[in-house]
Write a protein that binds this ligand. Sequence first.
Ligand code: HEM
Length: 521
Amino acid sequence: MSFSYTEPQADGGETHQVADDRIATLTTQQGIPVADDQNSLKQGVRGPALLEDFHFREKIFHFDHERVPERVVHARGYGVHGFFELTDSLSDVTRADLFQRVGERTPAFVRFSTVAGSKGSFDLARDVRGFAVKLYTQEGNWDLVGNNIPVFFIQDAIKFPDLIHAAKPEPDRNFPQAQTAHDNFWDFVSLTPESFHMIMWIMSDRAIPRSYRTMEGFGVHTFRLVDVEGRSTFVKFHWKPKQGLQSVVWNEAVKINGADPDFHRRDLWDAINGGNFPEWELGVQLFDDDFADSFDFDVLDATKIIPEELVPIRVVGRLVLDRVVDNFFAETEQVAFCTQNVPPGIDFSNDPLLQGRNFSYLDTQIKRLGSPNFTHIPINAPKCPMAHFQQDGHMAMSNPKGRVNYEPNSWGAAQGGPREDPVRGFTSFAETADGPKQRVRSESFADHYSQARQFLISQTAIEQKHIGDALVFELSKVERPDIRSRVVSHLLNIDATLAETVADGLGLAVPDRAVAARAPI
Ligand code: HEM
């Protein structure tokens, strides 16, 4: 079908635009060519619109269904493509395919995000930043779903709904929308001593990064690497920005949020489109069971780091981000990261936060994306050979071919595959677990303040001042004096000078005593 085409005129000439041999013909979703997209079908020139108008109904019906639920956390994010390149083989400690051959590249998709704000909130909120990496390896997708801070607020995933409810807008007034400066957040924190190491990081400049390009990233949990013999080494993952680590100060953050709420996404878009590709080194801290047993803290406790002085970082690769998305919704919004996506050679530890995450992501994504077939969406589909007997469900794009959709079966090599592969297949590390079934937290998780103090004193004087200022600013928004005082009494366990500074800034007396340093378990 061919139509005459008139270029739109800046001076107000012809505005009726039609297809021709250069511009495709508009169609319905069924492929029916559309003659008129400006007017609905009517009975008479000024008469009622007709139900028969399938083009109008399709267009409005589709528009009505454009929204999917935003992520329950990390709703505001920005994703870009790139690759991971191995620079030092880890074949000594893992059979993971992407860690074998130096120089080999693995395609990557990375989504950076804030945690608490809604999809339309601003970029420079004081918040943790998500640093979620999907690596499309030759043995399946590996999702390293990390943050820009190496520790977390809570030790056990059963507290995650409480943490997030407390951090998000208060349910009656629905504000504040994207900040933690309110009673519910500090109430929860003040009753959760394990959060205080993370609180020091959140009140530091780390929580207001200059750019996504100038943030570190961390896998946070202790994971396992597993070699061909089934031997395990514990591992912590680190992303180190080649651009250096940079933050803004609070005054700048407030101004930027007002002037350009899209500051971080614009910065990343402009950098990549300008050929200025951001790059991170992948570092690993490797340690064995003996180190884990001798360490002052529990390596399964996500509120603790392993100091780099004790276990130096070994750099094994680089991540380069070099391509923006073609479509934000198709890629950034529909991407689904999940901590349980690990290829053979990478395995979980018993960190109770990680174990809970392994359940949560798949569960929420089935709701958010509407079907267990979200793995068929190109951004989520593996880029390696894939064969399984999952079938049907909403929007199934790749059902099993032929007669067989079960195994074992008698249909032989030609028709009966795929089959399990005991050699190449994923096998869990054969960890022994013992003991009575009980709801419990290990005594080894009980020291909540030592690493908070170590973090504080690792900061320069001006950075320490920023932490004090942030605490005063945030707590000044808290209405209940008992909550403010309780926070200060925790600070006494970390550093008396910090506690005095914050009490002074809030016009409070320093509490007589600190909260019991070892919280009851
Ligand atoms: C989303 C990191 C703890 C549940 C995310 C995202 C990141 C992240 C980066 C955004 C993914 C994206 O860009 O699409 C972390 C880290 C944690 C942590 C580093 C602790 C170390 C938890 C816990 C739970 C949880 C304990 C629940 C038990 C979720 C959910 C989403 C999410 C439900 C939304 C996923 C989606 O809708 O696609 N998390 N998270 N997270 N996280 Fe976490």
